[in-house]
Design a protein around this ligand. Structure first.
Ligand code: HEC
Length: 151
């Protein structure tokens, strides 16, 4: 077989180099959609718990499944922001520019939601409320640094 002309080799090399090192837009779109699903689950648990804790639905027996579900869903949050999945989404570039800070925000959320689940199991209303606040603060803390407001 004849050797490929040099320009063909150069074209192939250029094409390979042009492949972005990160995911393409289509990937960002699907990751964004998936993240919305995960975040909506978190919001659902938090909103339901807040009705029981602060709006007078007295039976605290409703809380445990939400707290456990939240702690379980929290384990997803560190896995849903692959590099390159932020274009045209609410995920700010800071997620990938400050990976240590972002990892700390994820860890604080995992830890606080696990403590919330333990506090609910304890049955002590004061520790339930305190643990709920810590968890809510961890949502807000991450959003303040890493989520764009307009999404
Ligand atoms: C470690 C960071 C982090 C934590 C912790 C976190 N979020 Fe988010 N959240 C984000 C980012 C980033 C987005 C934007 C994602 C995107 O647009 O792709 C988002 C988006 C959302 C959205 C919008 C979803 C939609 O359908 O548009 C809601 C609601 C939400 N988060 C609720 C919560 C709640 C409630 C908690 C805590 C129980 C929480 N988040 C914890 C980073 C976080």
């Amino acid at each position: 077989m004849r050797a490929a002309p040099r320009f063909v080799i150069l074209l192939i090399a250029a094409a390979v180099l042009a492949i972005p090192a990160h995911a393409d837009d289509a990937d960002a779109e699907i990751w964004h959609k998936y993240r919305e699903g995960v975040m909506d689950v978190l919001k659902g648990h938090i909103s339901a718990m807040s009705v029981v804790l602060f709006e007078g639905l007295e039976d605290t027996g409703h809380l445990q499944s939400h707290a456990d579900g939240l702690a379980e869903a929290a384990t997803e949050v560190g896995k849903i922001f692959p590099a390159g999945s932020g274009d045209d989404t609410g995920a700010l570039p800071a997620i990938w520019e400050q990976p240590d800070k972002f990892a700390a925000a994820v860890t604080e959320f995992e830890d606080s939601s696990r403590s919330l689940s333990e506090a609910i199991a304890s049955g002590d209303r004061r520790s339930m409320a305190a643990a709920f606040k810590r968890t809510g603060d961890s949502c807000k803390g991450c959003h303040e640094s890493f989520r764009a407001e307009e999404y």
